[in-house]
Design a binder for this molecule. Structure first.
Ligand code: FE
Length: 352
């Protein structure tokens, strides 16, 4: 506890008094706290937590780290972990967390009603172990000067000979790509998917490196003509006021693939109740709050994402500019479960 030195002599008797009070009135006298481990770090999320505290009296105590850091910490803490709720990004990671025994199932009529079944973890009868809180699409961006939209209107075409030496991509093993490829595997089966992955690997302009924004910048800079990105990275550039970014987005087209077919791959950021949650009821209440209209809009706006609740709109100008699209209906739980098999295929075809 970091109390200033002059407070310390007072603090001890107060704490002892508080402990007695808590023993006498266990539920009422103790401050209700929810321990949240979050891989999301956006300004609007602050307001979201404040609103939850105002509505419920439950204070949110936050631990922030990246996804890998949170999972490592949960594993190291084991049954002693204070975590109640975990927020992670991407189905590949959420599925991994479930496999590693970091979560517990949640049965909730509210979540059942609000979050579509294809945006939740698998349900073996006890309820899913994770649910979406927001969605993002994985789209193709392209150089408008040299690529016709019809050449990139499906993920299939990324393996076409016409795109030889033209594609930039981040690591194939990154969760965003593992999940996209896991969705392709679910729809097309292993033989076609592995052949497709080999085709895409053969079309790369350079060895995979960097993040999604780097790929968009590489298209604008002419290092490649086609790339994959999550929608919020492109939306961020669309909303940028920097002259270089205005120039960049003017030259780069965005394509939602497979609009005439299965729809564009959609991933999620998601929430789970920790396996060893000490405040389980508050954790479930928080997940339910995250599915409310208000929270959904704030979650989406914080990172230029789409709400997970169907039919809910935001007034994000970049997303409106990018247009409405048909999303795939592949269950995201299956996408996550396919990722280990995808990784084996990537190793076989030499897709780093
Ligand atoms: Fe990201």
């Amino acid at each position: 506890m970091n109390a200033p030195a002059f407070v310390k002599p007072l603090l001890k008797p107060l704490l002892i008094a508080a402990a007695f009070a808590a023993a006498a009135f266990p539920a009422a006298a103790q401050e209700r706290v929810l321990n949240l481990y979050s891989a999301r770090h956006y300004q609007t999320d602050e307001a979201l937590y404040a609103n939850f505290t105002r509505a419920t009296g439950i204070r949110i105590n936050r631990v922030e780290a990246d996804d890998a850091g949170i999972m490592a910490r949960l594993k190291a803490e084991g049954t002693a972990s204070p975590a109640d709720v975990i927020l992670l990004v991407d189905a590949a990671r959420l599925w991994r967390g479930e496999q590693d025994g970091l979560f517990q199932p949640v049965k909730s009529a509210v979540l059942d009603k609000r979050i579509p079944p294809q945006l939740r973890g698998a349900d073996a009868g006890q309820g899913p172990q994770w649910v979406a809180v927001s969605t993002r699409a994985r789209v193709i961006v392209y150089d408008k000067a040299s690529i016709k939209p019809a050449d990139v209107d499906s993920y299939d075409k990324l393996a076409a000979p016409a795109l030889k030496g033209k594609i930039c991509v981040r690591s194939g093993s990154h969760p965003y790509n593992l999940s996209l490829f896991g969705s392709v595997l679910e729809r097309q089966g292993p033989v076609r998917t592995e052949a497709w992955l080999k085709g895409v690997a053969d079309n790369l302009a350079r060895a995979p490196k960097g993040g999604d924004t780097d790929q968009i910048r590489s298209v604008a800079a002419g290092e490649c003509a086609v790339a994959l990105t999550n929608t919020y990275y492109f939306a961020r550039l669309l909303r940028s006021t920097a002259a270089a970014d205005r120039d960049l987005v003017a030259r780069v087209g965005v394509m939602f693939p497979d609009q005439a077919g299965a729809g564009t791959h959609v991933n999620i950021s998601g929430a789970a109740v920790a396996r060893n949650a000490k405040n389980r009821d508050a954790a479930v209440a928080f997940l339910e709050y995250l599915s409310s209209d208000e929270a959904q809009r704030m979650l989406a706006d914080g990172n230029n994402e789409y709400p997970a609740v169907p039919g809910l709109q935001t007034d994000n100008p970049a997303l409106i500019a990018m247009g409405r699209f048909k999303a795939e209906t592949v269950p995201i739980a299956k996408v996550g479960a396919n990722t280990p098999q995808v990784q084996q295929m990537l190793d076989r075809v030499g897709f780093k």
